[in-house]
Design a protein around this ligand. Structure first.
Ligand SMILES: Cc1ncc(COP(=O)(O)O)c(C=O)c1O
Length: 367
Protein backbone atom coordinates (compact mmCIF):
# COMPACT_ATOMS: atom_id res chain seq x y z
CA UNK A 1 0.00 0.00 0.00
CA UNK A 2 2.81 2.36 0.92
CA UNK A 3 4.38 2.00 -2.54
CA UNK A 4 1.22 2.68 -4.49
CA UNK A 5 1.25 6.53 -4.54
CA UNK A 6 4.75 6.60 -6.15
CA UNK A 7 3.88 3.86 -8.68
CA UNK A 8 0.66 5.59 -9.59
CA UNK A 9 2.44 8.90 -10.12
CA UNK A 10 4.90 7.24 -12.49
CA UNK A 11 2.13 5.68 -14.56
CA UNK A 12 0.20 8.97 -14.77
CA UNK A 13 3.40 10.72 -15.90
CA UNK A 14 3.67 8.08 -18.64
CA UNK A 15 0.21 9.16 -19.83
CA UNK A 16 -1.66 6.08 -18.56
CA UNK A 17 -5.31 6.50 -17.56
CA UNK A 18 -5.04 5.06 -14.07
CA UNK A 19 -8.10 3.85 -12.14
CA UNK A 20 -7.23 3.65 -8.47
CA UNK A 21 -9.36 1.25 -6.46
CA UNK A 22 -6.49 0.53 -4.08
CA UNK A 23 -6.68 2.50 -0.84
CA UNK A 24 -9.89 2.66 1.20
CA UNK A 25 -10.12 6.37 0.58
CA UNK A 26 -13.33 7.42 -1.20
CA UNK A 27 -13.55 10.27 -3.69
CA UNK A 28 -16.74 11.63 -2.05
CA UNK A 29 -16.82 15.08 -0.42
CA UNK A 30 -16.85 15.27 3.36
CA UNK A 31 -20.09 16.52 4.97
CA UNK A 32 -20.83 20.23 4.43
CA UNK A 33 -21.32 20.59 8.19
CA UNK A 34 -17.72 19.44 8.72
CA UNK A 35 -16.24 21.80 6.15
CA UNK A 36 -18.19 24.79 7.43
CA UNK A 37 -17.36 24.08 11.07
CA UNK A 38 -13.67 23.69 10.18
CA UNK A 39 -13.64 26.96 8.18
CA UNK A 40 -15.31 28.90 10.99
CA UNK A 41 -13.11 27.37 13.67
CA UNK A 42 -9.91 27.97 11.72
CA UNK A 43 -10.57 31.73 11.94
CA UNK A 44 -10.65 31.59 15.74
CA UNK A 45 -7.09 32.02 17.07
CA UNK A 46 -7.95 29.92 20.13
CA UNK A 47 -8.30 26.94 17.82
CA UNK A 48 -4.65 27.22 16.81
CA UNK A 49 -3.46 26.42 20.32
CA UNK A 50 -2.38 22.98 21.49
CA UNK A 51 -5.32 20.63 21.99
CA UNK A 52 -3.40 18.53 24.54
CA UNK A 53 -4.88 15.15 25.44
CA UNK A 54 -8.06 16.74 26.77
CA UNK A 55 -8.84 18.01 23.30
CA UNK A 56 -12.14 19.74 22.61
CA UNK A 57 -14.66 18.79 25.32
CA UNK A 58 -17.50 19.14 22.79
CA UNK A 59 -15.89 16.48 20.60
CA UNK A 60 -15.56 14.06 23.50
CA UNK A 61 -19.19 14.72 24.44
CA UNK A 62 -20.42 14.27 20.85
CA UNK A 63 -18.53 10.97 20.53
CA UNK A 64 -19.95 9.69 23.85
CA UNK A 65 -23.47 10.79 22.83
CA UNK A 66 -23.09 8.93 19.52
CA UNK A 67 -22.02 5.71 21.31
CA UNK A 68 -25.00 5.93 23.62
CA UNK A 69 -27.52 6.79 20.87
CA UNK A 70 -26.29 4.28 18.34
CA UNK A 71 -25.26 1.30 20.51
CA UNK A 72 -26.72 2.01 23.96
CA UNK A 73 -23.14 2.26 25.31
CA UNK A 74 -22.69 4.70 28.18
CA UNK A 75 -19.22 6.08 28.80
CA UNK A 76 -17.78 9.07 30.59
CA UNK A 77 -16.49 11.40 27.85
CA UNK A 78 -13.53 12.49 29.97
CA UNK A 79 -12.27 9.29 31.56
CA UNK A 80 -13.61 6.51 29.34
CA UNK A 81 -13.07 8.07 25.91
CA UNK A 82 -10.01 9.60 24.26
CA UNK A 83 -9.71 11.61 21.01
CA UNK A 84 -7.24 10.25 18.47
CA UNK A 85 -5.41 11.54 15.40
CA UNK A 86 -7.25 8.94 13.34
CA UNK A 87 -7.87 5.48 14.75
CA UNK A 88 -4.62 4.03 13.32
CA UNK A 89 -2.67 6.16 15.76
CA UNK A 90 -4.53 4.81 18.79
CA UNK A 91 -4.40 1.24 17.50
CA UNK A 92 -0.60 1.39 17.37
CA UNK A 93 -0.21 3.27 20.64
CA UNK A 94 -2.45 0.86 22.56
CA UNK A 95 0.19 -1.82 21.97
CA UNK A 96 2.80 0.48 23.51
CA UNK A 97 0.46 1.11 26.44
CA UNK A 98 -0.27 -2.53 27.21
CA UNK A 99 2.58 -4.75 26.02
CA UNK A 100 5.73 -5.66 27.88
CA UNK A 101 8.70 -7.22 26.11
CA UNK A 102 7.81 -10.76 25.00
CA UNK A 103 4.04 -10.28 25.32
CA UNK A 104 2.11 -11.54 22.33
CA UNK A 105 -0.42 -9.50 20.34
CA UNK A 106 -2.54 -11.17 17.70
CA UNK A 107 -1.90 -8.76 14.84
CA UNK A 108 -1.50 -5.95 13.71
CA UNK A 109 2.22 -6.22 13.58
CA UNK A 110 3.39 -2.62 13.38
CA UNK A 111 2.50 -1.26 16.81
CA UNK A 112 3.29 -4.61 18.42
CA UNK A 113 6.84 -4.72 17.05
CA UNK A 114 7.46 -1.07 17.95
CA UNK A 115 6.27 -1.87 21.47
CA UNK A 116 8.75 -4.77 21.78
CA UNK A 117 5.93 -7.29 21.66
CA UNK A 118 5.70 -10.41 19.58
CA UNK A 119 3.06 -10.48 16.85
CA UNK A 120 1.19 -13.73 16.27
CA UNK A 121 -0.14 -13.97 12.73
CA UNK A 122 -3.51 -15.56 12.14
CA UNK A 123 -4.80 -16.06 8.62
CA UNK A 124 -8.39 -14.95 8.05
CA UNK A 125 -9.68 -17.46 5.51
CA UNK A 126 -13.05 -18.50 4.05
CA UNK A 127 -12.84 -21.70 6.14
CA UNK A 128 -13.78 -19.77 9.29
CA UNK A 129 -15.90 -17.13 7.54
CA UNK A 130 -12.83 -14.86 7.92
CA UNK A 131 -13.31 -14.90 11.71
CA UNK A 132 -10.36 -14.95 14.08
CA UNK A 133 -10.95 -18.10 16.12
CA UNK A 134 -8.95 -17.74 19.32
CA UNK A 135 -9.61 -21.35 20.35
CA UNK A 136 -7.26 -22.35 17.51
CA UNK A 137 -4.25 -20.56 19.01
CA UNK A 138 -1.62 -22.80 20.63
CA UNK A 139 -2.04 -22.76 24.45
CA UNK A 140 1.54 -21.53 24.82
CA UNK A 141 0.69 -18.48 22.68
CA UNK A 142 -2.58 -17.84 24.53
CA UNK A 143 -0.70 -17.85 27.82
CA UNK A 144 1.53 -15.00 26.62
CA UNK A 145 -1.15 -13.07 24.71
CA UNK A 146 -2.02 -9.71 26.19
CA UNK A 147 -3.82 -8.07 23.26
CA UNK A 148 -6.03 -9.24 20.39
CA UNK A 149 -7.10 -6.94 17.57
CA UNK A 150 -10.51 -7.66 16.09
CA UNK A 151 -11.90 -5.78 13.12
CA UNK A 152 -15.47 -6.48 12.02
CA UNK A 153 -16.85 -5.37 9.62
CA UNK A 154 -13.48 -6.42 8.30
CA UNK A 155 -10.95 -4.82 6.03
CA UNK A 156 -10.01 -6.42 3.63
CA UNK A 157 -12.41 -9.39 3.62
CA UNK A 158 -15.64 -7.41 4.28
CA UNK A 159 -16.66 -10.19 6.72
CA UNK A 160 -19.00 -9.37 9.57
CA UNK A 161 -19.09 -10.93 13.05
CA UNK A 162 -22.16 -12.62 14.51
CA UNK A 163 -23.25 -11.84 18.05
CA UNK A 164 -22.54 -15.46 18.98
CA UNK A 165 -18.95 -15.10 17.71
CA UNK A 166 -18.45 -11.90 19.72
CA UNK A 167 -19.89 -13.53 22.85
CA UNK A 168 -17.54 -16.50 22.74
CA UNK A 169 -14.57 -14.29 21.86
CA UNK A 170 -15.24 -11.93 24.76
CA UNK A 171 -15.66 -14.94 27.09
CA UNK A 172 -12.34 -16.38 25.87
CA UNK A 173 -10.51 -13.08 26.40
CA UNK A 174 -11.93 -12.64 29.87
CA UNK A 175 -10.91 -16.20 30.76
CA UNK A 176 -7.36 -15.58 29.58
CA UNK A 177 -6.95 -11.97 30.71
CA UNK A 178 -6.59 -10.65 27.16
CA UNK A 179 -7.53 -7.13 26.07
CA UNK A 180 -9.55 -6.85 22.85
CA UNK A 181 -8.78 -3.86 20.65
CA UNK A 182 -12.03 -3.69 18.68
CA UNK A 183 -11.29 -1.77 15.52
CA UNK A 184 -14.68 -0.53 14.31
CA UNK A 185 -14.25 2.15 11.61
CA UNK A 186 -16.75 0.51 9.22
CA UNK A 187 -19.67 0.16 11.64
CA UNK A 188 -21.83 2.60 9.65
CA UNK A 189 -20.96 1.26 6.19
CA UNK A 190 -23.40 -1.64 6.05
CA UNK A 191 -25.94 -2.86 3.50
CA UNK A 192 -29.14 -4.84 3.04
CA UNK A 193 -30.44 -4.32 6.57
CA UNK A 194 -27.27 -5.42 8.37
CA UNK A 195 -26.48 -3.24 11.42
CA UNK A 196 -22.96 -3.57 12.83
CA UNK A 197 -22.64 -3.69 16.62
CA UNK A 198 -20.24 -2.18 19.09
CA UNK A 199 -18.22 -4.80 20.99
CA UNK A 200 -19.68 -3.22 24.12
CA UNK A 201 -23.10 -4.62 23.25
CA UNK A 202 -21.62 -8.01 24.12
CA UNK A 203 -22.01 -8.87 27.83
CA UNK A 204 -18.70 -8.58 29.68
CA UNK A 205 -16.92 -6.66 26.91
CA UNK A 206 -16.54 -3.51 28.99
CA UNK A 207 -14.22 -5.46 31.27
CA UNK A 208 -11.82 -6.45 28.53
CA UNK A 209 -12.15 -4.24 25.41
CA UNK A 210 -11.14 -0.91 23.97
CA UNK A 211 -13.12 0.14 20.91
CA UNK A 212 -11.76 2.36 18.15
CA UNK A 213 -13.90 4.62 15.98
CA UNK A 214 -12.95 6.88 13.14
CA UNK A 215 -14.44 9.70 11.12
CA UNK A 216 -12.28 8.64 8.17
CA UNK A 217 -14.50 6.11 6.45
CA UNK A 218 -18.00 7.04 7.65
CA UNK A 219 -17.68 10.66 6.56
CA UNK A 220 -15.01 10.47 3.85
CA UNK A 221 -12.60 12.42 6.07
CA UNK A 222 -9.49 10.23 5.85
CA UNK A 223 -7.08 13.15 5.63
CA UNK A 224 -8.56 15.03 8.58
CA UNK A 225 -7.12 12.51 11.06
CA UNK A 226 -9.81 12.21 13.70
CA UNK A 227 -11.13 9.29 15.68
CA UNK A 228 -11.51 8.13 19.26
CA UNK A 229 -11.05 5.21 21.60
CA UNK A 230 -13.56 4.19 24.27
CA UNK A 231 -13.24 1.75 27.11
CA UNK A 232 -12.61 1.22 30.78
CA UNK A 233 -10.90 4.18 32.50
CA UNK A 234 -7.67 2.29 33.31
CA UNK A 235 -7.19 1.18 29.69
CA UNK A 236 -8.00 4.63 28.32
CA UNK A 237 -5.64 6.25 30.83
CA UNK A 238 -2.84 3.88 29.75
CA UNK A 239 -3.36 4.91 26.12
CA UNK A 240 -3.40 8.59 27.12
CA UNK A 241 -0.09 8.22 28.97
CA UNK A 242 1.64 6.97 25.81
CA UNK A 243 0.05 9.65 23.67
CA UNK A 244 1.30 12.30 26.09
CA UNK A 245 4.81 11.51 24.88
CA UNK A 246 4.07 11.45 21.16
CA UNK A 247 1.37 13.96 20.27
CA UNK A 248 -0.36 17.02 21.60
CA UNK A 249 -3.81 16.37 20.21
CA UNK A 250 -5.67 16.69 16.91
CA UNK A 251 -6.13 20.23 15.52
CA UNK A 252 -8.95 21.78 17.60
CA UNK A 253 -10.69 23.06 14.46
CA UNK A 254 -10.83 19.48 13.17
CA UNK A 255 -12.27 18.36 16.50
CA UNK A 256 -14.86 21.16 16.18
CA UNK A 257 -15.82 19.71 12.79
CA UNK A 258 -16.07 16.25 14.36
CA UNK A 259 -18.39 17.64 17.04
CA UNK A 260 -20.52 19.16 14.27
CA UNK A 261 -21.00 15.94 12.28
CA UNK A 262 -21.39 13.33 15.03
CA UNK A 263 -24.89 14.46 16.11
CA UNK A 264 -26.03 13.67 12.53
CA UNK A 265 -23.81 10.62 12.06
CA UNK A 266 -26.50 8.08 11.20
CA UNK A 267 -28.26 10.35 8.65
CA UNK A 268 -24.99 11.38 6.98
CA UNK A 269 -23.81 7.77 6.90
CA UNK A 270 -27.04 6.68 5.17
CA UNK A 271 -26.31 9.13 2.35
CA UNK A 272 -22.76 7.86 1.83
CA UNK A 273 -23.83 4.23 2.14
CA UNK A 274 -26.42 4.73 -0.59
CA UNK A 275 -23.58 5.72 -2.91
CA UNK A 276 -21.35 2.81 -1.90
CA UNK A 277 -24.29 0.44 -2.36
CA UNK A 278 -24.96 1.77 -5.85
CA UNK A 279 -21.28 1.30 -6.71
CA UNK A 280 -21.22 -2.21 -5.24
CA UNK A 281 -24.33 -3.25 -7.13
CA UNK A 282 -23.05 -1.81 -10.41
CA UNK A 283 -19.62 -3.38 -10.21
CA UNK A 284 -20.40 -6.88 -8.96
CA UNK A 285 -22.35 -8.07 -12.06
CA UNK A 286 -19.61 -6.76 -14.36
CA UNK A 287 -16.91 -8.53 -12.35
CA UNK A 288 -18.95 -11.73 -12.45
CA UNK A 289 -19.49 -11.40 -16.20
CA UNK A 290 -15.71 -11.13 -16.52
CA UNK A 291 -15.21 -14.46 -14.75
CA UNK A 292 -14.55 -13.32 -11.17
CA UNK A 293 -16.55 -14.83 -8.31
CA UNK A 294 -16.76 -12.23 -5.52
CA UNK A 295 -19.21 -12.55 -2.63
CA UNK A 296 -21.67 -9.69 -2.12
CA UNK A 297 -20.37 -7.80 0.94
CA UNK A 298 -22.79 -6.83 3.71
CA UNK A 299 -20.48 -4.10 4.95
CA UNK A 300 -17.41 -1.95 4.20
CA UNK A 301 -16.38 -0.29 0.95
CA UNK A 302 -14.43 -3.36 -0.21
CA UNK A 303 -14.88 -6.27 -2.58
CA UNK A 304 -12.66 -9.23 -1.65
CA UNK A 305 -12.27 -11.10 -4.88
CA UNK A 306 -10.94 -14.67 -5.17
CA UNK A 307 -8.43 -15.44 -7.91
CA UNK A 308 -8.09 -18.69 -9.83
CA UNK A 309 -6.09 -21.34 -7.97
CA UNK A 310 -2.34 -20.97 -8.45
CA UNK A 311 -2.41 -17.34 -9.61
CA UNK A 312 -0.35 -15.32 -7.09
CA UNK A 313 -2.19 -12.17 -6.06
CA UNK A 314 0.98 -10.06 -6.42
CA UNK A 315 1.33 -11.20 -10.05
CA UNK A 316 -2.27 -10.31 -10.81
CA UNK A 317 -1.96 -6.94 -9.06
CA UNK A 318 1.24 -6.04 -10.95
CA UNK A 319 -0.24 -7.03 -14.30
CA UNK A 320 -3.48 -5.13 -13.57
CA UNK A 321 -1.40 -2.06 -12.84
CA UNK A 322 1.14 -2.29 -15.65
CA UNK A 323 -1.09 -3.66 -18.43
CA UNK A 324 -4.42 -2.02 -17.62
CA UNK A 325 -3.59 0.87 -15.25
CA UNK A 326 -5.86 -0.45 -12.47
CA UNK A 327 -4.59 -0.07 -8.90
CA UNK A 328 -5.82 -2.87 -6.61
CA UNK A 329 -4.34 -4.39 -3.47
CA UNK A 330 -3.07 -7.98 -3.60
CA UNK A 331 -4.33 -10.26 -0.86
CA UNK A 332 -0.77 -11.20 0.03
CA UNK A 333 -0.21 -7.54 0.99
CA UNK A 334 -2.36 -8.24 4.06
CA UNK A 335 -0.36 -11.33 5.03
CA UNK A 336 0.04 -14.86 3.74
CA UNK A 337 -3.57 -15.69 4.60
CA UNK A 338 -4.76 -13.14 2.02
CA UNK A 339 -3.12 -15.02 -0.83
CA UNK A 340 -5.59 -16.08 -3.52
CA UNK A 341 -7.60 -12.85 -3.26
CA UNK A 342 -7.34 -9.21 -4.26
CA UNK A 343 -9.16 -6.18 -2.89
CA UNK A 344 -11.14 -3.56 -4.73
CA UNK A 345 -12.20 -0.38 -2.89
CA UNK A 346 -15.42 1.29 -4.08
CA UNK A 347 -13.73 4.65 -4.04
CA UNK A 348 -14.34 5.99 -7.56
CA UNK A 349 -17.53 6.79 -9.49
CA UNK A 350 -19.66 3.96 -10.90
CA UNK A 351 -18.64 4.30 -14.58
CA UNK A 352 -14.98 4.09 -13.59
CA UNK A 353 -15.66 1.02 -11.43
CA UNK A 354 -17.39 -0.65 -14.35
CA UNK A 355 -14.45 0.18 -16.56
CA UNK A 356 -12.03 -1.12 -13.92
CA UNK A 357 -13.98 -4.40 -13.79
CA UNK A 358 -13.76 -4.73 -17.57
CA UNK A 359 -10.03 -4.00 -17.57
CA UNK A 360 -9.46 -6.52 -14.75
CA UNK A 361 -11.38 -9.06 -16.84
CA UNK A 362 -8.85 -8.57 -19.65
CA UNK A 363 -6.00 -9.26 -17.23
CA UNK A 364 -7.74 -12.40 -15.99
CA UNK A 365 -8.25 -13.62 -19.54
CA UNK A 366 -4.57 -13.02 -20.33
CA UNK A 367 -2.97 -14.74 -17.30
C1 LIG B 1 -9.74 -1.71 9.77
C2 LIG B 1 -9.13 -0.35 9.79
N1 LIG B 1 -8.81 0.20 10.97
C3 LIG B 1 -8.25 1.41 11.03
C4 LIG B 1 -7.99 2.14 9.90
C5 LIG B 1 -7.33 3.48 10.05
O1 LIG B 1 -8.22 4.50 9.89
P1 LIG B 1 -7.90 5.98 10.36
O2 LIG B 1 -6.55 6.01 10.98
O3 LIG B 1 -7.99 6.82 9.13
O4 LIG B 1 -8.97 6.30 11.37
C6 LIG B 1 -8.30 1.61 8.66
C7 LIG B 1 -7.97 2.34 7.43
O5 LIG B 1 -7.97 1.82 6.34
C8 LIG B 1 -8.90 0.34 8.60
O6 LIG B 1 -9.23 -0.23 7.44
Amino acid sequence: MAEIPALKRRLIQEGIDVIDVGAGDADLAPPRAAVEALARAARDPAMSRYAFQLGLPAFREAAAAYLQRRFGVRCDPFTELHPLLGSKEGIAHLAMALLDGGDVAVVPEGGTVLAGGEPYRYALTPRSGFLLELEELPPEVVRRTRLVYLNYPNNPTAAVATREYLERTVAFCRRHDIVIAYDNPYCEITYDGYVAPSIFETPGAWECAVEFHSLSKTFCMTGWRLGWAAGRAELIAALGRVKNYVDTGAFLAVQTAGAAVLPQAEQLAREYVAQFRERRDAMLPVLRAQGFEPETPRATMYLWVPLPEGLPSATFQRRALEEEGVVTVPGSGFGAGGEGFFRIALTVATPRLVEAAERLGKVLAAV
